[in-house]
Write a protein that binds this ligand. Sequence first.
Ligand SMILES: [Zn+2]
Length: 325
Amino acid sequence: MFTVKKLAVSTLLTGSLLFYPALHAVAETPQHVVKQQAGGYTVQVGDIMVTSFTDGSVAQDLHKLLRRTTAQNTDALLAKNLQTNPVEASINAFYIALPGHKILVDTGSGQLFGPGNGGRLIDSLATQGIHPQDITDILLTHAHSDHAGGLVKDGQRVFTNARVFVGKPDIDFFFNEENQKKTGYDQNYFDVAHKTLKPYLDAGKVMPFSGTSELLPGITGTVHPGHTPGSAFYTLESKGEKITFVGDIIHVAAVQFPQPNVTITYDEDQDGAASVRNQAFADFAKNRDLIAAPHLAFPGIGYVTRGERGGYLWVPVTYTNRDAK
Ligand SMILES: [Zn+2]
């Protein structure tokens, strides 16, 4: 999730600057901002090709967003990575070419961040001849704007032939207004879930699941409540290899790998989010699991290893670009 926490609902509901996140969150980024070619990066998992497609990137003011840290601590961790606040965060979505299924894991931010910020997924897919109507299944890691935003354009379904799998607790939580009052979680999150998922619910295209379920051949979904109540991991297995799509268990590599207890304002359950992150990193490091993360630097695919003092390190997947033997 990327947004500014406090934003008038009237702004959300009117005009094209719906949920104008980054530009309210930060004044400017210190580094040069360059628009890249739309595109993807592919890895092979067993027999299956998995491609990370860029939806764009957004600037994030960590002094406003991170919790359970201080600005001084955050800046010191950024400095070790030659970064300064604000940082730039990728928005990645992932495409799985399964026999008989063309699958997207998340859909980027669509129109929700306004012109120039995110919303490039459709162009990226097109570079490899993939069109929205080709997609048969969408695995939503959770119902936040930069994952579900691409589901709709001008209120209409973009992926007209797709079913949408989503953790049932996200539907239960975001479609009951009482939960906003009960938890104080920003109203914007509820509005976004309605805006993006309701057209698919009305069309009978939403497939909510609970616990751990095999959703498609070789693909299992598991709900890990924390970042949102229905946040889910999806694991694809093929020929003894696997990749896990982890959703928003990690937003800021330079801070949350070394200090996984640092949380972000977008986490609905701060304790739960920290706990899921710690457990997942420990498992991924132990098992040397390949993971795919929406907000790590594109393509967001790589490994987690043990670092110092209970922390972890991120090892991006090795870049390859030549003819296979
Ligand atoms: Zn999120």
